[in-house]
Write a protein of this length. Structure first.
Length: 311
């Protein structure tokens, strides 16, 4: 019998189950897009029938880092840019957990950019939600990696001289097997995309547009938006990397011109996740490592006991 009895348990769940008793009311600024992420994530978990005990939410530093305080599940509030390595380790130790990592655009595409690239390359079976508001919000409005060229802020009073990071293109080039963009102003699409991402076997990258009315008043509220799956103007195969790259380029260029394109941009099926790859070549045991901590009779092994030594 599994020590983690909640994992895989049949039953229904509701959004209210994911509202914590200790801090139920989020304290983000009025109008913040982060409320939309929280609502969509609760809705996705309820739709999938997940239980809070089946979920681990790892967050970084920034306004987005409070997500784990307002969401009832196992949680870990990491340091700046380090949510992904913690999420990876947790998923490898206990594959039965539903592991979600979250952070802001500065957290994920700036200081945590190296972890983002390699987590995508290795195709770890986790969901990564990046709150993209094109500004550093918690530290009061500095230019971020996704701020448009010319953006004026406390850190760039004359305007940024740099082109912004292209998040989805970066995810595709790095090797993510599921890439989507949604927005806080589109809660139904956001919930549906999160459901798909959670069900996806592999690294799912969601660039989540979240408006910041306090520190980024020049940014659009990401409306009106166009769902590329529902529009007759856009028709491409999600598994086609070249077509996906072209669609991402158009979406990332048009965002600062007033055209907001959201939806699924790339999906690669039938690719093994990192954990599956390691178990396939027998570099990880089939049994969950986390289970061993609860088995008093288990005879512990070192890695050299189940991995052939280099010769």
């Amino acid at each position: 019998m599994s020590a983690f009895s909640a994992i895989g348990r049949d039953g229904e769940s509701t959004q209210d189950q994911f509202t914590p008793r200790t801090e139920p009311q989020a304290t983000w600024c009025p109008g913040c897009g982060d409320f939309g992420v929280l609502k969509a994530l609760k809705g996705a978990m309820a739709e999938l029938g997940r239980d809070p005990d089946e979920v681990l939410l790892v967050t970084g530093i920034g306004c987005s880092g409070k997500l784990s305080s307002y969401f009832e599940s196992y949680g870990f509030h990491s340091i700046h840019g380090r949510s992904l390595p913690l999420a990876r380790a947790a998923k490898l130790a206990n594959p039965g957990l539903e592991v979600i990592a979250a952070g802001g655009d500065g957290d994920g595409y700036g200081i945590g950019g190296n972890h983002f690239m390699h987590t995508a390359r290795e195709n770890h079976d986790i969901v990564y939600i990046v709150f993209n508001n094109e500004v550093f919000g918690l530290t009061k409005g500095q230019t971020s990696p996704t701020s448009p060229k010319g953006h004026k802020s406390k850190s760039q009073p004359s305007g940024s001289a740099k082109d912004p990071v292209r998040p989805m293109t970066l995810g595709l080039a790095s090797g993510a097997s599921y890439i989507a963009r949604t927005a806080a102003v589109n809660p139904n699409q956001a919930r549906d995309i999160l459901v798909e991402a959670i069900e996806h076997e592999g690294f799912a990258h969601i660039d989540f547009l979240t408006q910041c009315p306090t520190w980024n008043k020049d940014a659009r509220q990401y409306v009106p938006y166009t769902d590329i799956q529902e529009s007759d103007e856009y028709d491409f195969e999600l598994s086609d990397r070249r077509a996906a790259a072209d669609m991402m380029t158009e979406a990332e260029q048009s965002l600062h011109e007033g055209t907001v394109l959201t939806g699924r941009f790339y999906v690669e099926e039938n690719r093994l996740s990192y954990g599956q790859e390691k178990r396939a070549i027998q570099q990880m045991p089939e049994e969950s490592l986390a289970e061993r901590y609860f088995d008093e009779d288990y005879e512990w092994e070192r890695s050299y006991d189940f991995i052939d030594r280099h010769t």
